[in-house]
Design a protein around this ligand. Structure first.
Ligand SMILES: [Zn+2]
Length: 247
């Protein structure tokens, strides 16, 4: 079933007692939806692919631009003007041909988003605008599918996980309210490795969620300051009056 021997390929992960062969098999049979294959989605998708997540669904309808290459490490110079979802699929095929990649290179309708979320074991929000973030949050809450949310701008990053398998889980709307900031990396700038730190940690959250290893960032917002290399945590809870997940 695999071109390359499973035990050897993933031996360094199988060696970890919290993962083991059982955890690795869970990864191989899992399906992860990554929305946005930019600065966050690029490293996240590369690590999920190399770690052996068996089915990656990559959603992005943008095309690769020269100014993306500074941080969107899954794309190549030869990918410029190509659709990001297809460019990412191509790179992953050369990294791990033993996994399936579905590229969604059009803008998902609300129904299509719910359908894709419902099929996923975990969703990574690697998008760059609040409209998309709120739509993903609502879909994940409706489908009871865990959501790993990451964001980065300038030298700063943030990360949290909403485990909607638990009724008591807060949601993105509880944390940030109905409106977000209209900041963009195009206007504000972003330092390349900062977005890498957060994207890789989104992959880490997904791997822990699938394998059951360790503790996830549920109810905790992790803040990263790239200028001082410091992490901080802020605890948060469910908003009983939340229009998405409240009663
Ligand atoms: Zn909520």
């Amino acid at each position: 079933m695999f071109t390359y021997p499973f035990e050897e390929r993933y031996s360094r992960q199988i060696r970890l007692s919290q993962i083991g062969e059982e955890g690795q098999r869970k990864l191989v049979s899992s399906r992860v939806l990554v929305i946005g294959i930019g600065g966050l989605g690029s490293p996240a998708a590369l690590y999920l692919a190399s770690a052996g997540v068996g089915h990656l669904v990559l959603s992005d309808f943008d095309r690769v631009e020269l100014s993306n290459l500074q941080r969107q490490v899954i794309h190549r110079e030869s990918s410029i003007d190509q659709l990001k979802a297809l460019s990412a699929k191509e790179t992953i095929a050369s990294l791990n041909s033993d996994i399936n990649v579905t590229a969604i290179d059009w803008q998902l309708t609300d129904d299509e988003l719910v359908d894709q979320v419902g099929q996923a074991d975990v969703v990574l929000d690697c998008s760059d605008n609040f409209e998309t973030r709120f739509a993903i949050n609502a879909a994940c809450h409706a489908c009871r599918v865990p959501l790993v949310s990451g964001a980065a701008i300038r030298f700063d990053g943030q990360l949290t996980t909403f485990d909607f398998r638990q009724e008591s889980s807060p949601c993105y709307h509880c944390l940030f309210g109905g409106e977000g900031f209209a900041e963009s990396c195009a206007a504000e700038g972003i330092l390349s490795p900062v977005v890498g730190v957060i994207g890789v940690m989104q992959a880490l959250e997904a791997v822990k969620l699938i394998t059951g290893a360790g503790e996830m960032l549920t109810g905790r917002l992790l803040l990263f300051d790239g200028l001082t290399s410091q992490f901080q945590q802020v605890r948060y809870g469910k908003d009983p009056g939340c229009s998405v997940c409240g009663s």
